[in-house]
Each structure stands twice: as C-alpha cells, then as structure tokens.
Design a protein around this ligand. Structure first.
Ligand code: SIN
Length: 189
C-alpha cells in the first residue's frame, strides 16, 4: 500500500526521507498556526520556540506538500524517522488532499498528517494563541538543536512564496520578526 504524508511546516522544505513523488496542494477545514511550543528543535525547556500546528477552521484550507512513499521498506524508514522528528506532535490524522481548488474529489484520500493538539494533558508543550507581537518576540529569542526559531519561520515563508502561496499568518509574523530584529539592531549599533 502506498503511503502519503502531508507536510505544512518544516516538512515542506525538508522531507528527510525517501519519497517517490511530491505534490503541492491543500487540505480543507484547517489553518496553519504558530501555536505549538518546541523544546526539542527550535527552542529549549527554558525558552520554548514556536512551530506550526493545525487548528480546525471551517471553510479554510491549509496549503502544503504531500509526499508519496511507495515501497514498504521506505515507508518503515520514513515512519521511524518521523515518529522521532515529530514526537512533540501528539496526533496523527488521515485527511483528504486536494491539488485543484475547483475539484470536488480529492487528489489523494487519507494523507497522513502530524498535528499538535491543544490538549495540554496529551501535549504539554502546547502554547496556543497569543498576539503577533508576543509570538514574534518569542521566536526572536528562541533557539534549539535544529537552529534559531526565526530561521524556521523564514524558511517556511520562503518555501510558501516559492510555491506561490500567500499565508497571511506566516507572512505577518515574518514581517513582525524582521521589524523586531531591525529595532534590536538599532538599539545595539
Ligand atoms: C509539518 O511540517 O507537517 C509538521 C510541523 C513541522 O515539523 O514543522
């Protein structure tokens, strides 16, 4: 059986596993939000970073990349790798994936996606909503084993722009982070 994995965060620009095909498209009924705390990749226990998760949202869509993994061995390797990399995402969902906004039937059904849920018992790192200013300050400050939190945001912004996708939450946050950084430069220069 072929497996498909949908990426809407770092998985867009870095798969990290072998795949046979990739499609740019979207899932329905969710929006991408910087509400997940990261203490393993883009932050620490002391200063958690923020990474994206999905929030249920009627009539909204979230664009990203779906990866096709055909061979059983590749599937096992990819799953083992992803279970470690996405270990702070407590939920896996299987969702319809579309490539054509006019289509009524999905391009692929049952695409696997990692979600960090707002249930703090299952997901103690969940940070949830905050103002753009607050989220930006946290991102500017945080850094973890995978690098600065701001790089995660800027790489996501770049990847989405390359695909011609304008995500207002991501772009607005990236602009605010740039504003904070240039303000800090002025203060320290
Ligand atoms: C994803 O990319 O699909 C999950 C969130 C992340 O690893 O950034």
């Amino acid at each position: 059986m072929v497996m498909w994995v949908f990426g809407y965060g770092s998985l867009i620009w870095k798969a990290g596993f072998h795949y046979d095909d990739r499609l740019f498209g979207f899932i329905k009924g969710y929006r991408r939000v910087f509400y997940q705390g990261s203490t393993d990749h883009r932050g620490t226990q002391e200063y958690p970073g923020r990474t994206v998760t999905l929030e249920a949202a009627e009539r909204e869509v979230c664009w990203g990349v779906a990866y096709k993994i055909s061979r059983m061995e590749d599937e096992q390797i990819a799953l083992t790798y992803l279970e470690v990399r996405e270990k702070q995402y407590d939920k896996k969902a299987y969702i319809d994936f579309f490539t054509d906004p006019m289509a009524l039937t999905p391009a692929v059904s049952g695409v696997m996606v990692y979600i960090a849920s707002p249930d703090r018992k299952l997901n103690p790192n969940y940070l949830g909503p905050a103002s753009i200013e607050e989220i930006a300050k946290q991102i500017v400050r945080a850094e973890g084993p995978s690098g600065p939190n701001r790089d995660y945001l800027f790489q996501l912004e770049k990847a989405l722009i390359q695909y011609g996708c304008e995500d207002k939450h991501v772009m607005g946050l990236a602009n605010e982070v740039r504003r904070v950084l240039s303000e800090m430069e002025l203060i320290f220069s």
